[in-house]
Design a protein around this ligand. Structure first.
Ligand SMILES: Cc1cc2nc3c(=O)[nH]c(=O)nc-3n(C[C@H](O)[C@H](O)[C@H](O)COP(=O)(O)OP(=O)(O)OC[C@H]3O[C@@H](n4cnc5c(N)ncnc54)[C@H](O)[C@@H]3O)c2cc1C
Length: 416
């Protein structure tokens, strides 16, 4: 039962860097009634849990720890006059900007002229990684580790096995070192570390052995983790004595709300489909931050939130070009996804780039192809964790274009 009804010019779901930056920008642009709905008891998003630097270098021109950065974002939002509604968990998105939230005061219905979705991303938990064996305490993700260490001041283990080698695995390693936890081994299923060189050297510099082409098969332990069974490139099964397993990376957008709603979801990115204005399939909804794709840094999410907020502010007074029919973008393997997934002509001044990710390392000629042939082309070296940006103002679009395909022709020199 709906207990209260609230209305706003813009309602933002999620008080992480993207949501807070968007709220601050909207207030600076003169939008009167802006609220941020956050399910946690505190605003700030993921950086609240990351007790390590570097955060905020572009936003505040100094190196901050995650919690200090989160605090500054919250202070800026409050000072700008943003209404922060904490412990408000949004549970449903309705057509035209009607959303429902569960709060300590009961069910709240919010009617907003525009809604910005900024619910972030999370790591894949054990349940969806198909790891067999026992289910003892001590198998966690980096997010949980960081909140145990920095928010609860608790150590969930002292000799864990770390699974994964994305940037966040290195930040987990940093958190372990700072708190006296000594990982026994770090493993990566891929042939090469996913973090870029020289960051990939970091585990060894910390004295933690690191093995690629190695996967976690099962976990052993009655109450607590006692061992992990791993299989390396020689296919031999090995028992690793440890008291915890830290599952890092393999991020997915936090898109449960979008899945349950009328909004179109992109299977490639796992986030909502948007056009270059950050607008979803229902033009009352926009999206920004790591909900759009797994994953970018806090700084990137902050800038993206601010950019899309400026477009929302404009849309409220001077409507953006009509969203449909747009130009649909299709990605062929190994290109995993592209954001935005739809373009509206003229390209104008929305997001400046198409952002792509690949599913595996690959080299070759990356092309964007329209109905009349190639509209953009470049020789590239792609890695799964590296962003690829295609400047939107470089696409030579034919009049009346309705679809573009992004494809990689592997190992060929650029055609002249
Ligand atoms: C474990 C982990 C570690 C990371 N470490 C780093 C790092 O060291 N450095 C770095 O730059 N980036 C890091 N990242 C990337 C991180 O996603 C970005 O730094 C940044 O936080 C993204 O900002 P955001 O606003 O998009 O999302 P988030 O910061 O994730 O904020 C989203 C907010 O939405 C709220 N929310 C979600 N669903 C709802 C709902 N239904 N109703 C109401 N509120 C909701 C969440 O509670 C959260 O506060 C890490 C990510 C993860 C998952």
């Amino acid at each position: 039962m709906i207990e209260s009804l609230l209305d706003y010019d813009v309602a933002i779901i999620g008080a992480g860097p993207a949501g807070l930056a968007a709220a601050i920008e909207l207030k600076h642009q003169g939008v009167a009634r802006v609220a941020v709905l956050e399910r946690d008891a505190e605003a700030g998003g993921i950086p609240r849990h990351c007790g390590h630097p570097p955060f905020g270098m572009r936003e505040y021109r100094r190196v901050l720890s995650g919690p200090a950065y989160a605090r500054r974002n919250v202070e800026r939002a409050r000072a700008a006059g943003v209404e922060l509604r904490l412990r408000h968990s949004v549970v449903a998105l309705g057509e035209g900007g009607v959303i429902d939230a569960a709060s300590p005061e009961g069910q709240v219905r919010i009617v907003a002229k525009r809604v910005l979705l900024a619910t972030g991303a999370r790591e894949t938990p054990r349940s969806t990684r198909l790891i067999s064996g026992d289910r003892p305490f001590g198998v966690i993700n980096t997010g949980a580790l960081q909140s145990y260490l920095y928010l609860e001041r608790l150590k969930p283990f002292s000799r864990p096995l770390i699974v994964g080698s994305e940037l966040v695995a290195l930040s987990a390693l940093l958190s372990c070192r700072r708190t006296g936890i000594k990982p026994v081994l770090m493993i990566e299923q891929a042939e090469k570390p996913l973090a870029r060189w020289p960051l990939a050297l970091f585990p060894r510099l910390c004295g933690v052995p690191f093995e690629c082409s190695t996967r976690l098969e099962s976990i052993e332990g009655r109450e607590r983790v006692e061992a992990a069974w791993i299989r390396g490139s020689d296919e031999e099964l090995r028992r690793i004595d440890c008291d915890g397993v830290l599952l890092t990376g393999r991020f997915v957008p936090e898109s449960s709300l979008v899945r349950l709603s009328h909004l179109e979801l992109d299977a490639g990115s796992g986030g909502p489909m948007i056009d270059q204005y950050g607008r979803c399939s229902d033009p009352a909804y926009f999206a920004a931050g790591n909900l759009l794709r797994p994953i970018e840094t806090a700084g990137w999410s902050y800038r993206e939130g601010r950019r899309i907020a400026a477009l929302i502010a404009r849309d409220l007074t001077d409507p953006l070009p009509r969203s449909h029919p747009g130009i649909r973008l299709q990605c062929l393997p190994p290109i995993r996804f592209c954001v935005p997934q739809r373009l509206v002509t003229p390209i104008g001044d929305g997001l400046a780039h198409l952002q792509l990710r690949t599913e595996r390392p690959a080299k070759g000629i990356l092309s964007v192809r329209g109905s009349a042939g190639v509209v953009w082309q470049r020789q590239v070296h792609l890695l799964p964790e590296r962003r690829i940006l295609i400047p939107l103002d470089r696409l030579r679009l034919a009049a009346g274009e309705s679809g573009l395909t992004i494809e990689l022709e592997e190992n060929r020199e650029r055609s002249r």
